[in-house]
Write a protein that binds this ligand. Structure first.
Ligand SMILES: [Zn+2]
Length: 131
């Protein structure tokens, strides 16, 4: 029985890739890009302070049927379109937020100006120089 992670992704579908960072030692560099089909196969980190990490991802399906391949391309294109639409939506809502902040700042500037104008400077001066 396969263990379900996120509904459609089963453990059979998952592969693990060893990733080493730039400047890693020779042992780590040699492991970079190694793909493991089971988490049990992944070796322990070779040394303390090892900054290597494991990329866990869905295995790429080999599609040989040309109709299925077309369908997959169309699906990916649609997914990209939706992602783009979401990004655009995020940008627009950010735009609205910025406009709202500017409006609030303008409002507060007006309040401050009105307050400044309401202060009678002559009164203050009179008090100060009263004999
Ligand atoms: Zn390492």
């Amino acid at each position: 029985m396969s263990y379900l992670l996120y509904g459609s992704i089963s453990k059979d579908n998952i592969e693990y890739e060893w990733k080493s960072e730039a400047g890693a030692c020779e042992i780590c560099k040699a492991l970079n890009g190694t793909i493991y089909s089971s988490a049990n196969d992944i070796p322990d980190k070779p040394h303390p302070n090892c900054k290597c990490w494991i990329d866990i991802r869905e295995k790429k399906k080999e599609i040989t049927d040309p109709i299925e391949a077309r369908r997959e391309i169309a699906k990916n294109k649609r997914r990209d379109e939706l992602r783009l639409a979401k990004l655009l939506g995020d940008t627009l809502s950010l735009d609205d937020e910025i406009d709202e902040y500017i409006r609030i700042i303008d409002e507060q500037t007006t309040i401050i100006k009105n307050f400044e104008n309401s202060i009678n400077i002559d009164n203050l001066n009179q008090k100060k120089y009263k004999k």
